[in-house]
Design a protein around this ligand. Structure first.
Ligand SMILES: *Cc1c(COP(=O)(O)O)cnc(C)c1O
Length: 458
């Protein structure tokens, strides 16, 4: 093992160097992948030195999500202490289902959940767990809501048409989960949004009324804290009133921007969160931990247990349910995702997490300011968002993004709202500074001047 740790360290040095020198890896066309890299598997193994060289080649060619040119998606960058925590979790290799096997790591997970519950004003009756991602957190919320409405469903299955509500701008996992949980995609109601992409509580109310008249059983509303494209925040306060009136489970999907709970400047964006029944946040997005680190908490500890526990004599052999976390999990064996966020939180404190979140809004503000002060740009996103959406000259955004990627210039994606297509630059890497943001625009402009005339002409 000592040799492998030394090799790991050498490979990391190589990776950090490449990240700086070649921030965007040359993309390999899928048709060339197996010709260009030795990914094949054989009866005979490789000598250590050959293995090292193969790994180096793979590292060199793998997209660099921690580089200063990565603005592509809702994660990016690398925060040392969080990475350290995750590397330790790999070395320790516990499974989080029982206290017997995970010991203090269970305490660490429970502490993170407890601190989050207290931060958002959840009652003492709250609890939570770590899921394999935000999509799965949303699924757990739907399952709890379904079972809370009718506890017999776990044994008897669905017998009524139950409807759920989510905005047109929400994450696709809500609809996908409706299919997976027996609710059915036809029972997903798409609530309209305002011009900023925020759910309209009045339309929600209308949809619910109509469904009740038509004999459906409404049970669940999903509000989003940071929609996937625009980074919009639904009005939780207004939505929670509708939920209360109709006795519906309110889940707040904060996978993207739920991290605002750590910032006194931006916490107001999730005002009313304490009225929700469940809330999820991906620490691997705003808090910059390695993938994946998805947390779901609920005010109904008993419901979490009712919906996910199953007896298993061969597994639960010591200690009480409170410390055998498998009883409230979607999974059986489960990787330790808590240690990375705990190590980060422990080392920088809640104040440090606040700085991480604030920095992203600051970088987004700088980007918007740049866009607004340069006439070749047009801004499509709004304040209080770390998704900066824009077009440049009249270049089709899709083509510009793809060309930037193929030419190893920048990693950035495009999105759509109200039939406008735009570039979506995400300032989620809290390690970046103003000059990196300005450099993004400089790179884009000089690339466009050089290359896009060809593309436009063709
Ligand atoms: C990213 C995201 C998800 C999905 O999270 P995964 O961890 O990728 O499964 C869900 N909802 C929103 C709003 C997201 O931005």
């Amino acid at each position: 093992m000592e040799n492998d740790i030394a090799l790991f360290s050498e490979l990391c040095d190589e990776l950090l160097r490449t990240e700086r020198n070649q921030p965007v890896a040359d993309p390999i066309p899928t048709s060339q992948l197996y010709n260009q890299l030795d990914l094949s598997l054989h009866d005979e193994g490789l000598l250590d030195n050959d293995l090292k060289n193969t790994l180096k080649e793979i590292i060199k060619n793998t997209p660099k999500t921690a580089s200063k040119s990565f603005f592509n998606q809702l994660f990016g960058g690398r925060i040392g202490k969080a990475t350290l925590g995750d590397l330790l979790a790999v070395m320790l290799n516990n499974s989080m289902y029982t206290y017997k096997v995970a010991g203090p790591q269970v305490g660490i997970e429970k502490q993170v959940l407890k601190s989050i519950c207290s931060l958002i004003g959840y009652s003492d009756d709250s609890d939570g767990t770590f899921a394999p991602g935000g999509s799965m957190s949303n699924m757990m919320a739907i399952i709890m809501a379904r079972d809370a409405k009718n506890e017999l469903i776990r044994s008897a299955g669905l017998s009524t048409k139950m409807t759920l509500y989510t905005s047109a701008e929400s994450h696709y996992s809500i609809s996908k989960n409706a299919a997976l949980t027996g609710i059915g995609k036809q029972q997903v109601r798409e609530v309209k949004t305002n011009e900023k992409g925020e759910m309209l509580a009045e339309h929600l109310e209308q949809l619910i009324q109509k469904d009740i008249e038509d004999g459906y059983q409404p049970f669940f509303v999903n509000a989003t804290a940071g929609t996937t494209v625009l980074g919009a925040f639904d009005d939780i306060e207004a939505i929670s009133k509708v939920c209360e009136k109709h006795n519906l489970w309110l889940h707040v999907d904060g996978a993207y921007c739920g991290g605002v709970i750590f910032s006194s400047n931006y916490k107001h964006l999730v005002k009313g969160l304490e009225h929700s029944d469940s809330f999820s946040v991906n620490a691997h997005k705003m808090l910059g931990t390695p993938l994946s680190c998805s947390i779901i908490v609920t005010q109904h500890k008993a419901q979490l247990h009712h919906s996910f526990s199953n007896e298993a004599d061969y597994l639960y052999q010591t200690d009480g349910d409170d410390f055998n976390l498998g009883k409230i999990s979607l999974q059986c064996g489960r990787r330790n995702d808590a240690l990375k966020i705990w190590t980060l939180w422990k080392s920088v404190g809640t104040n440090g997490l606040e700085n991480i979140v604030n920095k992203q809004f600051e970088m987004a503000r700088i980007a918007r300011e740049y866009i607004n002060s340069h006439k070749d740009y047009r801004l499509y996103s709004f304040e209080d968002s770390i998704s900066v959406c824009f077009t440049y000259k009249d270049i089709p955004s899709k083509e510009l993004c793809t060309a930037l990627y193929k030419n190893s210039e920048l990693m950035v994606g495009f999105g759509k709202f109200n039939n406008n297509e735009f570039i979506r630059m995400v300032t989620i890497n809290s390690v970046l500074e103003k000059e990196d943001v300005l450099n993004f625009f400089k790179t884009l402009e000089s690339f466009a001047a050089k290359e896009m005339s060809k593309i436009n002409a063709s």
